[in-house]
Design a protein. Structure first.
Length: 127
């Protein structure tokens, strides 16, 4: 993925357009794509002079159900992800995948081990 253009370049293209230069001429003059210049000028006409935020939106739709999910875990310590997904769908009408729930839990520090922390042949905890 290429780097985003600077705001300085955007403002120079918009200034040139305001002074009467066409979008194609401004694109050629500043070395950007014609479609980029057209999009910048169109968004400036709608009042947006700065670029929109890039990347994914923050948060998750599971954030609203955090207390419920933590309650499920505390209610049954050995609950599986599949059971949690099923209960979310049945009781809260939240449709989410098992891996998405796993990622959401891991971001909050919840991990589940399939084995105990002590090896069967040792007396000390293993890490």
């Amino acid at each position: 993925m290429t780097r985003a253009f600077s705001n300085d370049l955007r403002s120079r293209v918009l200034d040139a357009s305001r002074d009467g230069m066409s979008a194609r001429s401004a694109a050629a003059r500043f070395g950007i794509g014609v479609s980029t210049a057209i999009a910048w000028i169109a968004s400036a006409r709608q009042g947006r002079l700065t670029p929109e935020k890039q990347g994914r939106r923050g948060g998750s739709r599971l954030d609203a159900h955090e207390d419920y999910i933590i309650g499920l875990i505390e209610e049954a310590k050995d609950i599986t992800l599949n059971e949690m997904v099923l209960r979310l769908a049945e009781e809260r009408a939240v449709s989410i995948g098992r891996s998405a729930l796993d990622v959401w839990l891991r971001k909050r520090g919840w991990t589940f081990k399939k084995r105990s922390r002590m090896h069967w042949s040792r007396n000390a905890l293993t890490f």
